[in-house]
Ligand binder design. Structure first.
Ligand code: SOE
Length: 387
């Protein structure tokens, strides 16, 4: 397989981040085959053609069903809002395409299970792009945990806070409608935290969640309403917000640890504040995406007069992924985690190996998301039975 022809569906923020990675990952990582940016698919033809020419996609189409059926396409990259993920992924699998899908996997567990079953039946590679697993500092945290640095894990404390929706004049985009997004920051951001918790701590067994919606009506979006900036651009009419604006949950893990997950897009000053703290019998690890090249660690085995949190600058060549980039101290950014995902995905496709997180991880993550929604609605703690 000398090339992998890629079709991307969706061309906004994630479309750009993925395009950058498809175009450049092979320049920094020795890939066993060359990804070809073959086909870009979207609804707005003018912006699609601008996107395709800017990023180097060879062709464009408005027909995703035809795109995923083309015999010359090997990989389908799904960058649409979550409500389209299931139909596209299942159709792509049925056509024998490998699938690179943005998070969250699906609107609910029923969709997630159907996606997993279709991908397994087709024998294709299926990847769920929780890119933060592939931030070097996060991958180093995993390495340290596996080496026993923290020992038995007692606590997982996490938060994912942003502020781009706090302005009541922000329009009613798809992110604020349940039928499009599944939920608000719960699907958007807790999906990331749950994936990181599963990666670093283990399976979640029970959840107790509380949600609220602060702004219950918003201006309907005008044409091309900006996704992440305030200002309505709307037509003056108001529409109902049908998702949470914030969800806080407490969880227990199979390994006995206790966890907390706080997500909100109403936290002024928090721009992309994805943070976790892990406390164990032997030590602690703390990560903050807004300082993504750093990892804070504490070891109880340091000499007592020298104990304290210390900062690791995660840019050494022996740190995960970093030997592909720059000399120590030369920091990398958000976009590099997508390069790492594309490189690992291409290797998994060629080697016919599982890449994590995949749709099975996505199903379990969605079962946690669903359980939390059930808990928030009932006020009761919910136990998850992964069947
Ligand atoms: C918006 O909350 C968003 O773009 C998420 O959808 C992404 O998954 C996250 O990485 C950055 O913020």
């Amino acid at each position: 397989m000398s090339t992998l022809n890629v079709a991307i569906i969706g061309h906004n923020f994630m479309g750009k981040a993925h395009s950058n990675a498809w175009r450049n990952a092979g320049r920094f990582f020795d890939l066993p085959t060359t990804p070809v940016m073959k086909l870009a698919c979207g609804r707005d033809q003018e912006s699609l053609k601008h996107f395709a020419s800017g990023w180097g996609w060879e062709e464009t189409t408005s027909d995703w069903r035809a795109a995923v059926a083309r015999p010359d396409i090997d990989v389908v990259d799904i960058c649409t809002p979550p409500d389209l993920h299931a139909e596209i992924a299942i159709r792509a699998a049925e056509n024998g395409k490998h699938i690179f899908c943005e998070k969250p996997l699906a609107l609910d567990s029923t969709q997630a299970r159907a996606m997993l079953e279709a991908a397994k039946a087709a024998g294709v590679t299926h990847y769920l792009n929780h890119n933060y697993r592939r931030v070097p500092a996060v991958a180093l945290a995993k390495q340290l945990i596996d080496e026993g640095f923290v020992g038995t894990i007692y606590h997982w404390r996490s938060a994912y806070l942003q502020d781009w929706i706090v302005d009541p004049s922000f329009p009613l985009t798809w992110h604020l409608r349940k039928e499009r997004a599944g939920s608000g920051p719960h699907h958007d951001l807790n999906s990331h935290l749950i994936d990181l918790a599963r990666y670093l701590v283990g399976e979640v067994r029970t959840v107790s969640a509380t949600s609220t919606t602060f702004v219950k009506e918003r201006p309907l979006p005008g044409a091309g309403a900006a996704t992440f900036s305030a200002g309505s651009g709307g037509r003056g009419e108001l529409g109902e917000v049908t998702v949470d604006d914030a969800t806080f949950l407490v969880a227990t893990f199979d390994n006995g640890a206790l966890g907390s997950f706080d997500v909100s897009r109403f936290a002024p000053g928090r721009k992309n504040h994805n943070t976790f703290e892990i406390y164990g019998s032997d030590g602690s690890i703390v990560f903050d995406l807004e300082r993504m090249n750093e990892l804070q660690v504490f070891s109880r085995h340091d000499p007592s007069h020298a104990q304290g949190f210390r900062t690791i600058i995660v840019t050494e060549p022996n740190h995960p992924y970093m030997n592909a980039w720059w000399p120590p101290g030369h920091l990398i950014g958000y976009e590099h985690s997508f390069h790492h995902a594309v490189a690992d995905f291409v290797n998994a496709v060629v080697r016919r190996e599982r890449i994590r997180p995949d749709f099975e991880d996505g199903l379990r993550e969605t079962q946690v998301l669903d359980a939390a929604l059930t808990s928030a609605a009932s006020g009761n703690r919910v136990t998850i039975s992964y069947d």
